[in-house]
Design a protein around this ligand. Structure first.
Ligand code: NI
Length: 195
């Protein structure tokens, strides 16, 4: 397996809409190796997720994984088992008053965090890495993580969705000035949705 370099803000591939994969393409050994590499790259970089454009591949593959015991970037997030999504799409289930402010970061925008409005309940439909249909509901903070990764497949970065640019801060200043308040918000969200 190979660790990949992560595309950084300003690289045009982060702004392209990634193309759909056919089931034949997904089954190719090179694509399966790419998915293994993405998992390794995400874990090495302490990401909560990763999308293929972030390793310079403009295809509709992304993944989410959150192990708060191991993750130094988001230790307050609920557990999400490794989930690989191919050709994913989502529909919104939450009502307008259920939207919440997530405090997001991104491996392609190092040392930056900001507040982003996300849907609290979504239905996700995709293939898994073997081409089997996935259809499930994500709620709470986890729903925000999935929306962030699916945005990458459409060329959208979290800074495009920041609700108030004054919330932008470095990681150090997130920890110093914002984390305590956000962890309280996150805990209320997890208490309501269980994730
Ligand atoms: Ni990201």
């Amino acid at each position: 397996m190979t660790l990949h370099k992560i595309a950084q803000l300003g690289h045009p591939i982060l702004r392209q809409k990634a193309r759909l994969l056919t089931d034949e393409e997904l089954a190719e050994p090179a694509m399966q190796t790419l998915i293994d590499d993405m998992i390794e790259t995400m874990r090495d970089a302490q990401g909560a997720g990763l999308a293929a454009p972030q390793i310079h591949q403009s295809v509709q593959v992304c993944m989410v994984e959150m192990d708060p015991e191991r993750n130094r970037r988001y230790p307050y997030c609920p557990h999400i088992p490794l989930t690989v999504l191919v050709n994913p799409r989502f529909t919104v289930l939450s009502t307008a008053d259920e939207r919440f402010e997530n405090f997001e970061g991104c491996l392609s925008l190092p040392n930056l965090r900001g507040r982003v409005v996300r849907e609290a309940r979504i239905r996700l439909q995709a293939w898994d890495r073997r081409g089997q249909a996935l259809d499930f509901i994500a709620e709470g903070l986890s729903a925000g993580t999935y929306q962030h990764e699916l945005d990458h497949l459409n060329g959208v970065l979290f800074v495009d969705r920041v609700c108030d640019s004054r919330s932008l801060c470095t990681t150090e200043h997130f920890d110093r000035f914002e984390k305590e308040r956000f962890v309280g918000e996150a805990q209320r969200l997890v208490a309501r949705y269980g994730s």
